[in-house]
Design a protein around this ligand. Structure first.
Ligand SMILES: Cc1cc2nc3c(=O)[nH]c(=O)nc-3n(C[C@H](O)[C@H](O)[C@H](O)COP(=O)(O)OP(=O)(O)OC[C@H]3O[C@@H](n4cnc5c(N)ncnc54)[C@H](O)[C@@H]3O)c2cc1C
Length: 286
């Protein structure tokens, strides 16, 4: 199928983007790398009257340290994250996750902001944002708004973003004590969306685990953290016995949802396997 007819603009700065969004309201859609939007247009799942292409807005580009946070501009591509020394040094979880996102050709165009805005429950970046306690920086006519990852994702493909707002960047805390991390995912073929995956971060002090965050992709109907399992693990000595207990506990907490290829029961089992691998890797790599 072909996309329906639409108008197209390529503003040069954020002020013009906000003005266009104000003027055209729900008739307009933002275009980032088009790696999701092109498909939904061609399938006529989306029929905007106007596409506002963000490619020329330089304020949305770049990876930089700003005080105690690392900021990733909304239009930074997956490839730029994959190739970034700053990311490798400060956010190695993202390096571990990025190779699971589709294939290099798609990663060359797909953007961090587009993936966070789309909020696919099986996508890698939303789970990483949750695991790393990231913050979404949104801009609207009233100015900037910072939304914690935990409050940003509200359901299946839905977020806290208002219709007249766009994501301009995401910020990640850096510089405190070194955090341990683990990323694991199962997909039917490499590059497919995850059947089940986990992004985890934690600190280990005197063998005890602290500040643990367990974020899931593909397992439930939205990017999601298993807060009860985190609470059950927090402050405990990380060993094989705790890992087994955590796996059993997770199975009672996870509201797994079936998809076209896996039942909820299979997903719950796979999540247990993912959790065990993630915690073992944190234990071995500290
Ligand atoms: C074959 C294939 C396989 C893929 N596999 C994976 C995978 O395994 N894992 C994965 O995570 N992704 C995968 N993707 C999706 C890919 O990662 C996209 O990059 C991602 O979905 C976002 O696309 P985009 O940045 O090009 O945004 P677009 O497609 O341009 O936009 C996506 C949506 O976000 C909105 N949007 C874009 N930018 C902003 C912004 N700054 N503020 C507010 N709203 C905005 C748009 O209006 C649109 O609704 C795959 C895509 C393809 C085509």
């Amino acid at each position: 199928m072909k996309a329906p007819a639409f108008s197209y603009v390529r503003p040069q700065n954020l002020e013009d983007v906000i003005a266009l969004m104000q003027e055209h309201g729900e008739e307009a859609s933002l275009l980032a790398g088009g790696q999701t939007l092109h498909a939904t247009l061609n399938m006529r799942l989306s029929e905007p009257g106007l596409l506002i292409d963000l490619q020329s807005v330089s304020e949305l580009k770049g990876i930089q340290i700003k005080g105690s946070v690392l900021s990733i501009g909304a239009m930074v591509t997956h490839t730029e994250i994959e190739d970034s020394e700053l990311i490798a040094q400060h956010l190695p979880l993202l390096c571990a996750a990025v190779v699971h996102i589709a294939h290099r050709a798609i990663r060359n165009f797909g953007t961090f902001g587009g993936s966070i805005a789309y909020a696919d429950p099986a996508a890698e970046w939303p789970a990483c944002l949750l695991a790393l306690d990231g913050v979404v920086v949104a801009l609207g006519p009233e100015g900037e708004r910072r939304i914690k990852a935990q409050d940003f994702f509200t359901g299946l493909y839905s977020t806290n973003l208002e219709n007249n707002e766009l994501i301009i960047a995401c910020e990640f805390p850096i510089g405190e004590d070194a955090k341990l991390f683990a990323f694991n995912e199962l997909a039917r073929r490499h590059g497919d969306y995850a059947s089940v995956g986990i992004a985890a971060s934690a600190k280990l002090q005197n063998k005890r685990i602290h500040d643990i965050r367990l974020a899931w992709l593909g397992a439930v109907s939205m990017p999601w953290r298993s807060l009860q399992t985190e609470a059950m693990i927090e402050g405990q000595e990380l060993n094989d016995e705790l890992i087994e207990k955590a796996v059993q506990f997770l199975k009672t907490e996870l509201p797994a949802e079936a998809d076209l290829t896996h039942s909820a029961l299979t997903k719950t089992h796979l999540a247990g396997v993912m959790l065990k691998r993630a915690l073992k890797s944190i234990l071995q790599n500290h």
